[in-house]
Design a protein around this ligand. Structure first.
Ligand code: ADP
Ligand code: MG
Length: 140
């Protein structure tokens, strides 16, 4: 049980359908605090840099295009075991495999348009948070 921070993104399919408040309610109900948040629109170069770890995957181009199809909301979430807690709250990558009550089960349209991103480790959380936020933008 450790206090952690993780990086969350509400993806373009979520902003397009005006779901940011509904998703934030699920996040807060799970006990995670939104300690930083901003709405931005990524360039293709920025999306490619953020997802560089997936560069060799067949879905890389589609993934980057879907992330620049509209605005996103980037957030820092804080809480006990925030990295794994948010992964549980998001649900499986493919919403068809996600558990009832998870964000992806309730809101995702497909494996591509799956509404949210969450860091997959504490190490990556630190890298991803630093990609979007400076120290003074995070208010715990
Ligand atoms: P997660 O977002 O659950 O951590 P990954 O890191 O494996 O999943 O993949 C990043 C994103 O790429 C996913 O959220 C999803 O939008 C997309 N993606 C993953 N696998 C596929 C796939 N097989 N086909 C299309 N898009 C995919
Ligand atoms: Mg991932």
């Amino acid at each position: 049980m450790t206090l952690q921070r993780t990086l969350s993104i509400l993806k373009p399919d979520a902003t397009r359908r005006n779901l940011t408040g509904k998703i934030n309610a699920v996040i807060e109900t799970a006990g995670l605090r939104i300690v930083a948040q901003k709405r931005i629109w990524l360039s293709l170069a920025q999306a490619q840099q953020f997802y560089a770890v997936h560069e060799s995957r067949a879905f890389f181009n589609d993934l980057c295009q879907s992330m620049i199809a509209g605005p996103i909301v980037v957030q820092v979430l804080e809480g006990t075991d925030a990295v794994s807690k948010y992964r549980e709250t998001m649900g499986a990558t493919n919403p068809e495999n996600a558990t009832a009550g998870t964000i992806r089960k309730e809101f995702a349209e497909s494996i591509e348009a799956n509404s949210v991103h969450g860091s997959d480790s504490e190490e990556n959380a630190a890298i991803e948070i630093a990609f979007f936020f400076s120290h003074i933008e995070i208010v715990g």
